[in-house]
Ligand binder design. Structure first.
Ligand SMILES: [Zn+2]
Length: 63
């Protein structure tokens, strides 16, 4: 394996690491239940996508 000839300067090291920060994840709101959803994803809580039911969740008995 190749070995670096010379130690990188603090400046080079820090410039490299300037791209390492993590970006905050984007969170959208479900139009049906208001829960947090990833954009372009079906709501994991209620199974709705853009106001229509796409995935049938377990049937809850309503009185
Ligand atoms: Zn929902």
């Amino acid at each position: 394996m190749g070995v670096p000839r010379q130690r990188k300067t603090k400046s080079e090291r820090n410039q490299r690491r300037s791209h390492h920060a993590l970006a905050r994840i984007q969170v959208a709101r479900c139009q049906n239940c208001g829960g947090a959803v990833m954009p372009h994803d079906v709501c994991g809580n209620c199974g709705f996508y853009r106001g229509t039911e796409v995935v049938k969740k377990s049937v809850t008995v309503k009185k």
